[in-house]
Design a protein around this ligand. Structure first.
Ligand code: SER
Length: 315
C-alpha cells in the first residue's frame, strides 16, 4: 500500500480512515474521493469528486494518480437501503462492480467492508461462526453477501488481492453515521452529553456487535498489511469488540452521568433489521490469520466518547 484511493471518503469510516492513512503513508499518497466535494482537513490532500456508479470516472482517477490500492467504502447503510432498495442495489452493487473492475484492470490491492448485516434470521445468533449460513432478509444484507462473493470471485478468478471484514456497528464522535441500524448507540452518547436522556428506537434486550472507530481503522490497516500467505479467508472476516444491548450502553454512560435516563420508542423497521442480525460474532479466524485484536471495550470506549463529545459540543 503506497498510493491509496478511498471512495466514500467523507462518510462515517472514510473521513477518519483518510486522516489515518495520510499519517501513515504520507498526505499525497492518499486520494480522497466522494460524491460530495471535500472541505476542511480532508481537502488538505488530494481529493476528487467521483460518482462510483460511473465506471469511467473511477478508472480515470485511479489511473491519473497511479494508485496501487483501493479502499471502496461508498455505500448506503441498512435502514437507508431498506427505504430505497433499488437505489441501494444501484450504488452498493453497481459501485462495487466498477471498483473491482478498476482493481482488476490496474492490478490494485482492494478492500471493501462487509457487515454483520451479511447475516440473517437463520444464521446461528450467538458466537456466529466465520463460515456459516448467510441468508439476509434486507437489501443491505443481500448487497453485502453478493459483495463478499464477488470480491472472492475477483481473487480466485483474476488474482485481484481483495480483502474485507464484516464490521459490527461502528461508534465514533467524529462523523455521524447516516441511515444505519446500529446508529442508536452513537446517538445515545450525544444525547447523554446534551440532554442526559435518550429515546432508543432499538428495543431493550437487542444485542448487536459494536466497535469503536480506532479499532475499526486499525483492523483495516492490519488486514491490508497482512502476509497473504497467512490468509485462508478473504471476504470477509468476522470482527467485533463487544456485544451490547441499549441497557449496556446506558449503564456504561451512567458511570459518568449518573442521572442519565434511557427510554424506548421502537422503530419497527430498524428493529426488524436488528432482530435479523447476530447477537455476537466469533472473530477467531481474524485473530488467527492476521492478528486482529480490539483495544476498546464498552467502558473504555464510553469514557473516551463522552470526553470527546463534551469537547466538541463546548467548542
Ligand atoms: N452499522 C451498519 C448499519 O447499521 C451495519 O453495517 O447499517
Amino acid at each position: 500500500m503506497k498510493k491509496i484511493l478511498v471512495t466514500g471518503a467523507l462518510g462515517q469510516i472514510g473521513s477518519e480512515l483518510v486522516i489515518k492513512l495520510r499519517e501513515r503513508y504520507g498526505i499525497n499518497n492518499v486520494v480522497a474521493t466522494d460524491i460530495r466535494k471535500a472541505e476542511g482537513i480532508i481537502a488538505e490532500g488530494p481529493c476528487e469528486v467521483i460518482d462510483v456508479t460511473d465506471a469511467n470516472q473511477l478508472y480515470e482517477v485511479a489511473k491519473k494518480y497511479q494508485i496501487d490500492t483501493m479502499m471502496h467504502l461508498a455505500a448506503l447503510l441498512s435502514a437507508k437501503a431498506e427505504e430505497n432498495p433499488k437505489l441501494a442495489w444501484h450504488i452498493n452493487m453497481g459501485g462495487l462492480v466498477n471498483a473491482l473492475e478498476t482493481a482488476r484492470e490496474l492490478n490494485l490491492q482492494f478492500f471493501t467492508p462487509s457487515s454483520i448485516g451479511a447475516f440473517g434470521p437463520t444464521t446461528p445468533k450467538d458466537k456466529t461462526p466465520q463460515d456459516t449460513l448467510q441468508r439476509p432478509t434486507t437489501m443491505y444484507g443481500v448487497n453485502k453477501v453478493a459483495g463478499e462473493l464477488l470480491a472472492d470471485y475477483y481473487y480466485t478468478r483474476f488474482g485481484v488481492d481483495t480483502r474485507g471484514v464484516r464490521f459490527p456497528g461502528l461508534i465514533s464522535y467524529v462523523t455521524l453515521p447516516g441511515g444505519g441500524t446500529t446508529d442508536y448507540a452513537v446517538e445515545m452518547y450525544y444525547e447523554a452529553v446534551k440532554n442526559k436522556t435518550y429515546t432508543s428506537y432499538i428495543a431493550e434486550g437487542t444485542y448487536m456487535d459494536m466497535m469503536y472507530m480506532p479499532d475499526a481503522l486499525n483492523a483495516i490497516i492490519q488486514l491490508m498489511e497482512a502476509n497473504p500467505a497467512n490468509l485462508k479467508h478473504r471476504n470477509a472476516f468476522n470482527i467485533t469488540a463487544f456485544s451490547a444491548e441499549p441497557e449496556d450502553f446506558a449503564s456504561a454512560i451512567k458511570k459518568h452521568i449518573p442521572d442519565f435516563t434511557l427510554e424506548y420508542q421502537v422503530d419497527p423497521v430498524r428493529q426488524k433489521i436488528a432482530d435479523s442480525w447476530p447477537n455476537s460474532l466469533d472473530s477467531t479466524a481474524a485473530m488467527e490469520e492476521w492478528g486482529f485484536k480490539a483495544e476498546y471495550d464498552l467502558d473504555k470506549m464510553t469514557s473516551n466518547m463522552l470526553e470527546k463529545i463534551k469537547i466538541k459540543i463546548e467548542r
